[in-house]
Design a protein around this ligand. Sequence first.
Ligand code: KG4
Ligand code: ZN
Length: 380
Amino acid sequence: MKINNLKILSIDTSCDETSVAVTEGKTILSNTIWSQASLHAEWGGVVPSLAKREHEERIDWVIERALKTAFPKEKTNYQSLITNHVTAIAVTVGPGLAIALEVGIKKAKEISNKFNLPFIAVNHIEGHLLSPLAQPKDSKLNTPTTNHGSLVTDISFPALGIVTSGGHTEVVFIKNIGDYKIIAQTADDALGESLDKAARVLGFGYPGGEMLEKIAKEGDPNTYKLPIPMVGREKELCFSYSGIKTALVRQINGIKANKYELSKVNVSNLAASYQNVCFIHFIRVLDYILKENNYPVKNILAGGGVMSNVTLRKMIRKTASKYNIKVLFPYSKKLYTDNAAMIGVAAYYKFERKEVLEPKDLYRVDRIPRAKVDKSFPWE
Ligand code: KG4
Ligand code: ZN
């Protein structure tokens, strides 16, 4: 079998998106996402039991959609599409919500058994890390850009990886694809979690990161003095986002004590100040890592939901360019937040390294809600 024709069906049910993709190498043939965000919005966050139920109800439909999108000319059922085209099945086994992960894993095992397909267990964070390597089907666009025009055909390793999402804030040394070391991570809340909490306090609903970005654009980030966490302690290589939220609540209470209600201007200035302080903290640690140069790299791969924020991307690019480092972001918005195509890309490299399981070995595979990207799975 030629590796170029390797088509992987991948599944991610790690949180509140049911996603299934078909990828060929790094090329995305389909990337179907059923978002549950509106379901969880009324609870102000993800409710695991609701997520599980919704994944169970949707997963077959999402698999069918992903296969039909990948092979639009074939008017046949999804079983035949798998038999005719799919070489391997991949699934996120962690990190994520245990009972949500279980739905995707169970389905992937079923498919592996039924169609006798090799099974690839993928770490969700590795998916985010490698999401900038995903390529579109359209061959003219076949090379991702650094977002400032230059083509990245020459990405070299070692590289630095950054994941900022709802559950994770990590800077990772990528010695090579599959060989990772976490350099910096959060001690408490993740960056996205912190933006979501601020958004809730300001009344934007859940998840609020995107709305906070919109409102922050109308505000002045220097209006309110919120404390930048861990100033002077960047060498600890640690992020801390829980304190800023407390400071924000104190500011809001102060304004309300004087005026009773927040005005639109108050809200946009608070959003801008909050977002700015969150990002400055991130950048100060990143800058320290690049300046110390203990991990010399020429490229940064950056992914995760919060990375869809234009201001954050600009700040990262500006910092990296001081050290002559190129930053590679995913080519499409869909690849930032949770999606299965990034799992397919990570799975492709695992398949190349022969990190696959046969159907008879699947009893060894289980969800790992706290999986770390620099630790292999127990069955590997
Ligand atoms: O990667 P992701 O879909 O899920 C996790 O793996 O956690 O990231 C979701 C996070 C949420 O916290 C959401 O508010 C945030 O990404 N997010 C944003 C933006 N779009 C999504 N944060 C800031 N600006 C955005 N435009
Ligand atoms: Zn994620």
